[in-house]
Ligand binder design. Structure first.
Ligand SMILES: C[S@@+](CC[C@H](N)C(=O)[O-])C[C@H]1O[C@@H](n2cnc3c(N)ncnc32)[C@H](O)[C@@H]1O
Length: 504
């Protein structure tokens, strides 16, 4: 048992925490009035003394966008901190959120438009002015903010973060404002007939390589791919998981003013508001979790099993969303869960997420199966590998990630995915099952990893048809044995699920 080993106490998994191991508070911009706030206009970290800042919501959005680009911050985390520090709530917070998420989501096309209007590539515009221009362009092209307000507020902002660029910004924004979005798209997108992927990229704000990957996974159907891209650009609904044995989804929906989920018996769709404020979250009856994540975790536990069924392993557990669900079910079924997470910070989050559940958290590398006495070969009846992945299946929830991810991320990730799957297949006993899950539909991370990982594991496996392990009547599950969920078909993240039974 490792140092975090515990039948641990804790509340909700911080499922919005997507940091690998980022020290708390890194990437935070300085706050208005804070130390060093007006130190350097080129950093974009705040207005110079005596300059009029723009209004607080735009200032907050600018700071969040700048932190994402300057410090590789995660938008949801950094924006929450900024709103808290600036004491923004209600309409101001909602406006700041819309501006931040919208600007980050539409960045690729905004940059084309800014570059065209500026007569130079955005890489040649100073970062503070560039981020302010992106924010201004978003307001002009995607919101009902009157053009004069979008221009004047953005120029005020530029004056405060990049004083020398105010005139330039004024000219660029006025040029952008002269042309409606549709005309900009017509001008800048390649023709659909000649370059359909390039056309979709500009119209629907996704990098081309991502669209190609989606299209491949959707069997080359570009109409279906377009529906996915449109869905990816919608603000996502927050889903709760009513923890079995602690809450009932229908009652929880009544309590929080939400609606029971369409598929998962544990899911509740929130109608807005901050989930952190809910009593059910605070007292551990529920946690925030996409419905697709609930479905794939529950599918592992629905696979038929002969013989012992009490030792379950979650090999990539942090921050603990799926462990929270599996641990609740383990409590009811008399099973014990070993939860492995290589990052100490995230292992602590798992511990908090599984308080009072029969869960032991190990802060170790999941690939140490057979070498770590707590992870013996053939020691487990059911194993979940929720592998680290590109996250291309949850772009709705992470507005900046589509532009941050690169094809070069794939080789190291897929190597790790294969190794973790091999470890899982060694950890499961003959007759036991392994669920391999990603929140990415990229074929290289899904089908290719499963095929290669099984081949290299040195054990015999059979595919279990994953479709009957999901709730009856779910549409659009394909021809099996693996399942790919989709935002535009199921309203979930694009979770992939393969279930393998070890036969030798
Ligand atoms: C997709 S996330 C898991 C999400 C989690 N199952 C949930 O539902 O909240 C993948 C996790 O695997 C962890 N990880 C990466 N490499 C690992 C390794 N070699 N062994 C164990 N965990 C690893 C990452 O730190 C990350 O927390």
């Amino acid at each position: 048992m490792g140092s975090w080993a515990a039948h641990s106490a804790g509340g909700e998994a911080s499922v919005t925490d997507h940091r690998a191991d980022r020290p708390h508070g890194s990437g935070r911009p300085r706050r208005p009035g804070g130390p060093g706030y007006d130190r350097d206009s080129r950093t974009g970290r705040g207005p110079r003394a005596g300059r009029p800042p723009s209004d607080p919501a735009r200032q907050a959005a600018y700071e969040a966008i700048a932190a994402v680009h300057r410090d590789d911050a995660y938008a949801n985390l950094v924006l929450a901190e900024i709103l808290r520090d600036m004491r923004l709530d209600g309409r101001d917070a909602a406006f700041a959120t819309e501006l931040t998420y919208g600007t980050l989501r539409t960045l690729g096309t905004l940059d084309l438009i800014v570059a065209d209007a500026a007569g130079r590539d955005v890489a040649r515009i100073d970062p503070p002015a560039r981020d302010a221009l992106r924010l201004g362009a978003y307001q002009l092209l995607h919101t009902r903010v009157p053009a004069f307000a979008a221009v004047s507020q953005t120029v005020d902002l530029v004056r405060s973060v990049a004083p020398g660029a105010a005139g330039f910004a004024n000219a660029v924004l006025r040029t952008i404002a002269e042309t409606p979005l549709e005309k900009w798209l017509e001008k800048l997108a390649p023709s659909y007939d000649e370059n359909p992927i390039g056309n979709l990229a500009v119209h629907h704000n996704h990098p081309e390589w991502v669209i190609r990957a989606f299209a491949e996974s959707l069997g080359g159907d570009l109409a279906d791919t377009t529906r996915l891209l449109i869905e990816d650009n919608q603000p996502p609904v927050v889903h709760l998981c009513a923890r079995p044995g602690r809450a009932d989804a229908v009652e929880l929906a009544d309590e929080v003013g939400g609606v029971p989920g369409a598929f998962s018996p544990y899911a509740v769709y929130l109608n807005g508001g901050s989930p952190r404020e809910l009593a059910a979250i605070q007292d551990g009856r529920a946690h925030v979790q996409d419905e697709g994540s609930q479905l794939v975790a529950a599918a592992l536990l629905a696979a038929p099993m002969e013989g012992r069924d009490t030792r379950w392993l979650d090999l990539c557990a942090g921050p603990g969303g799926k462990t929270g669900l599996i641990g609740s079910i383990a409590a009811a079924r008399g099973a014990e869960v070993t939860a492995v997470e290589v990052s100490e910070h995230r292992a602590r989050l798992v511990e908090q997420a599984t308080r009072n559940m029969p869960v032991t958290v190990l802060p170790v590398d999941g690939r140490s199966v057979g070498r770590d006495p707590d992870l013996p070969e053939e020691g487990f009846d059911r194993v979940l590998v929720d592998a680290p992945c590109t996250g291309l299946g949850s772009l709705r929830r992470r507005p900046e990630s589509r532009w941050r991810r690169q094809p070069a991320d794939l080789p190291p990730l897929t190597k790790l995915q294969r190794e973790l799957l091999v470890a899982a297949l060694r950890a499961v006993r003959p007759g036991g099952v392994v669920a391999y899950v990603t929140c990415s539909p990229h074929m290289v991370e899904t089908q290719v990893t499963v095929t290669e990982g099984s081949r290299r594991s040195g054990v015999e496996v059979d595919f279990v048809d994953a479709r009957p392990l999901l709730p009856p009547g779910m549409p659009g599950l394909g021809s099996g044995p693996t399942v790919q969920l989709w935002p535009h078909r199921h309203g979930t993240d694009a979770m992939f699920l393969a279930v393998l039974r070890r036969t030798s």
